[in-house]
Design a protein around this ligand. Structure first.
Ligand SMILES: *Cc1c(COP(=O)(O)O)cnc(C)c1O
Length: 395
């Protein structure tokens, strides 16, 4: 059934998908077509039920089809879906974000993580009147031209994650030309890789001393690793922060925010233009507000962490290394410690592909690549986790 759907999709959509990872190429397979989701489970077009650890790549920290979100969204729908005029919900969501994130004085809402990043970069360049960017090998920031490069280019210089010397070298060679350094404070797009030692503190210091804006890309980590994101967890204040995924409660929302003197440069108050017809959409903001209001309850994060650690700690194999933090983890088919892009890339992707198909056969849905993060939601039960441990350990 899924294969038939995929063949039909390929007639009209490039590669049959609207985001490349969904095509299952990295596991040499073809995608399942999903009919519905409820709690921790998704159901394919053949009505097979899977325990989901992809969770739409991170947004669904409350699980699929959360009843509170559905109820609020249903109510909002009857009042109209878009006006292109201000609504009180935008202020409500912005206030929740500003109150949650220590470094954010003001925030602007957009429609995706990619859009948040490209707006933040544009703002950083306008504020510093400089052009170059530093990014880290293996970090992903959406399909922004200057941030998709894998080698140094005219505008972008590539540093290594968890390696402060690589950052110093770049800064010394490019004095007064670097507008911003962008980083996932906990890497999530080469598999999960937490920052080591004082790496983030040193990044904060060196950027400050060189008039380089520090951008934390918290599209995954915002409201995921704590209610205040990674910046709260590590107690570091970036100049700008980008958000997405969880803040939309399953709808397309992104945001970027930061210090008021930087945000003041945005139009209409300042000269840097940034706009969006559907930005701050009333339905999407309703879902975001419901989500953040539920997440305010700090015991949620404690329980998520406990469940995820239990899952990670009970996976036994000498073929793998697991990186886990809060409710995110990656199982690397690699015997060595994973601390940067180079070590992540040494993982055995063929073994991962076999593992992925073993999981699917046993009704467990992982993201289809060695280099993606797995996510738990508040709906993942002890039973789900115990079933998963058994299946994973039976490979
Ligand atoms: C997902 C992601 C993005 C891009 O967000 P989209 O909503 O997919 O455009 C940007 N940065 C990070 C860290 C992400 O994980």
């Amino acid at each position: 059934m899924s294969l038939k759907n995929f063949i039909e999709a390929k007639k009209y959509i490039p590669g049959g998908v609207n985001s490349p990872i969904r095509a299952f190429k990295a596991v040499n397979s073809t995608p399942l077509f999903i009919k519905k989701g409820k709690g921790s489970k998704i159901y394919d077009e053949n009505n097979n039920e899977y325990i989901d650890y992809c969770m739409s790549y991170g947004p669904l920290i409350l699980g699929h089809s959360n009843q509170k979100i559905i109820k609020a969204v249903k109510k909002a729908l009857y009042n109209g879906t878009s006006f292109g005029a201000p609504t009180k919900n935008e202020t409500k969501l912005a206030r929740l974000v500003v109150n949650a994130l220590p470094s954010v004085d003001k925030v602007r809402l957009v429609n995706s993580g990619t859009e948040a990043v490209l707006s933040a970069i544009r703002l950083a360049r306008g504020f510093t009147k400089k052009n170059k960017l530093i990014k880290f090998n293996g970090c992903y920031h959406g399909h922004v031209d200057d941030l998709l490069v894998k080698k140094d280019s005219t505008n972008t210089l590539i540093a290594e994650f968890n390696n402060i010397e690589s950052v110093k070298k770049i800064i010394n060679k490019n004095k007064n030309r670097i507008a911003a350094l962008i980083i996932e404070p906990i890497a999530g797009n080469m598999g999960i890789i937490p920052p080591e030692g004082n790496f983030l503190e040193e990044i904060r210091e060196i950027t400050k001393n060189n008039n380089i804006l520090l951008i934390f890309d918290e599209v995954i980590t915002g409201f995921r690793v704590s209610y205040g994101g990674a910046q709260k967890l590590y107690n570091i204040k970036p100049d700008l922060t980008t958000l997405g995924k969880i803040i939309g409660g399953g709808f397309p929302v992104g945001a970027f925010g930061g210090k008021k003197e930087i945000m003041a440069l945005l139009a209409p108050d300042g000269p840097i233009y940034q706009a969006g017809t559907l930005s701050g959409n009333p339905i999407a903001t309703t879902a975001g507000i419901e989500t953040l209001n539920i997440l305010k309850n700090k015991s949620i994060y404690k329980k998520l962490e406990k469940n995820t650690a239990f899952l990670a700690d009970n996976i036994k194999s000498n073929k793998i290394k697991i990186n886990q933090i809060a409710s995110m983890f990656t199982i690397f088919f690699n015997k060595n410690k994973i601390k940067d892009y180079k070590t992540a890339k040494q993982s055995n992707t063929k073994l991962f592909a076999r593992f992925h198909s073993h999981l699917l056969k046993n009704k467990i849905y992982f993201p289809p690549s060695q280099f993606e993060a797995c996510f738990l939601s508040i709906e993942h039960s002890k039973e789900d986790i115990n079933t998963s441990i058994k299946v994973i350990n039976s490979l």
